[in-house]
Design a protein around this ligand. Structure first.
Ligand code: ADQ
Length: 481
């Protein structure tokens, strides 16, 4: 796509941005690719994940669409757009200082914990907030510069909550949507935030504000009525004569792709190999998470350890595979958490392992979707015990691959997915005894009960798959397919 006439620099300081030519823009903290440096110089590598899988087909080959986001490096990003896999991408630069203050600071040490029940304490620093505003303004200006008159702009996640309001000021002609991937907290917690009104008004700059669950949407509507002069009626919030739709758009997974991966004979052979290499135990239990303190890993390991201790699980007959994706390792809370989990895993294997049989396998590295699907197929029991999670796609991926209706899902009540996946064994992860009972029930459940639950779960996951979610958003934003 041809660059609009003004450069990002003139967009920052000039007499206001002029319209570009993109009629549909996606804004997210990260681009769907990251810059990598190899022996042949630098290039781009696709970063896999649910959002990319959902949006890539919508944007690929569309000459009128663009994705704006950070490239993941603090080096120099060239001005203008680049094309990767048929998608037009606009890198938004961040300096090293901004990565610290905006990304590691305000996004991941102020907002992330606050929006996840304050599991760890949020820190409030004015310098972090200043960086958050600066980066949000940069995104808003870039969008204003690239968007055609009347374009639709779809803003994603907690990193960019001020963008809708800032963008509306610059370009009142645009149709703006905002989707929050993480939970939206109860008012009682949100009110701690010194900048609560500015963030609420920033979000209300959108035409449509979407949340993963009914609970999140209700929390936001109540907040809007409290900290702004907005009037709240059912799903509509009216402020200064403008109406904003506040609704639930629960995200899903690409069920068709997952089903066809699961049907591949090579994949099934790989799953069999996995079970063999684990010593063909009676029951394989699986956890797959980013190594984040919100995912309830410590509680899961505690329950597992106690079940071994009490002889309710047996080494050799039962084995736990825990895949942990490295994440945010520059943030102190995450480094501390990693140390704690490393220690717990070491103690479990040290105390209960035997020569030739360990209670658990811990894989702390990235796994491709192919590798995850082989594990999903190999697992009799999937453990999702988040203490708070916006949705949780892992449990939906597991269910989508269980096309023979076998397998048991143990699911935290505090993952957004629990709102629709009511046929899982739902647990309160804070209740260790309840969690132990659910794990025991899962490993002993017979094939009929498994099939009854799993077929109902599969129906729920198919009915809310990622393409339906994307279609609902395109309708809400008035974007032509
Ligand atoms: P996440 O917190 O990253 O996402 P989740 O939804 O479970 O959580 O996972 C996202 C993706 O990462 C999944 O597709 C999964 O396959 C992949 N993944 C997880 N662990 C992995 C591993 N060890 N190796 C490789 N890949 C792994 C945020 C919110 C969620 C919300 C999503 C989407 O926190 O609540 O569901 O966004 O909106």
């Amino acid at each position: 796509m041809a660059s609009p006439e003004i450069t990002p620099e003139s967009g920052e300081t000039g007499d206001g941005p002029r319209a570009g030519t993109a009629s549909f823009l996606v804004l997210a903290n990260r681009l769907p690719v990251r810059r990598v440096t190899g022996v042949d110089g630098t290039g781009w590598e696709t970063s896999p994940g649910g959002l990319v899988t959902a949006l890539a087909p919508l944007l690929a080959g569309r000459t009128d669409a663009q994705w704006l986001g950070w490239s993941g490096t603090t080096g120099t990003d060239e001005d203008g757009s680049i094309e990767v896999d048929g998608i037009s991408l606009v890198p938004v630069p961040l300096s090293r200082g901004e990565v610290e203050l905006f990304y590691e600071g305000f996004a991941n040490r102020t907002l992330w914990p606050l929006y996840h029940d304050s599991i760890v304490r949020s820190e409030y620093h004015r310098t972090w907030w200043d960086a958050y505003r600066t980066v949000n303004r940069r995104f808003a200006k870039a969008a204003a510069m690239w968007a055609a008159p009347g374009a639709a702009v779809w803003v994603h996640d907690y990193h960019l909550q001020l963008v809708p309001g800032m963008l509306r000021e610059l370009r009142p002609d645009l149709r703006i949507g905002f989707f929050l991937h993480i939970p939206f907290p109860p008012v009682e917690l949100f009110l701690q935030l010194p900048w609560r009104r500015t963030i609420t008004e920033g979000l209300l700059g959108a035409d449509v504000v979407g949340f993963q669950t009914e609970g999140g949407a209700a929390n936001f509507r109540r907040l809007a009525g409290l900290v702004t002069e907005a009037e709240v009626n059912d799903h509509e919030v009216t402020m200064r004569g403008r109406s904003v739709r506040v609704e639930t758009f629960g995200i899903g997974v690409d069920t068709k792709t997952l089903e066809s991966m699961a049907a591949d004979p090579q994949m099934q052979a790989r799953a069999k190999e996995v079970r063999e290499s684990l010593g063909n135990p009676e029951r394989v239990l699986l956890g797959v998470d980013r190594l984040d303190y919100t995912k309830g890993l410590a509680r899961r390991l505690r329950a597992f350890r106690e079940l071994l201790e009490e002889g309710r699980l047996t080494v050799g007959r039962h084995v736990l595979v825990q895949v942990a994706e490295p994440t945010r390792e520059n943030v102190r809370d995450y480094a501390d958490f990693r140390d704690r989990i490393d220690r717990m895993v070491g103690e479990i294997n040290g105390d209960y392992g035997e020569v030739g049989a360990v209670p658990m396998h811990y894989l702390h590295r990235h796994h491709d979707l192919e590798e995850l699907v082989a594990l999903y197929l190999a697992a009799d029991v999937m453990l999702v015990t988040a203490v708070r999670d916006g949705m949780n796609l892992v449990c939906k991926e597991y269910v989508a691959t269980r096309t023979d209706d076998s397998g048991v899902l143990v699911l935290s009540e505090f993952a957004g997915a629990a709102e629709t996946m009511v046929d899982a064994l739902l647990v309160n992860p804070y209740d260790i005894d309840g969690l132990k009972l659910a794990i025991e029930q899962a490993v002993t459940m017979g094939p009929d009960a498994q099939a009854r639950r799993m077929s109902a779960l599969r129906e729920a996951v198919v009915a809310s798959d990622v393409h339906r979610w994307a279609d609902a958003w395109l309708d809400a934003l008035g974007v032509a397919r």
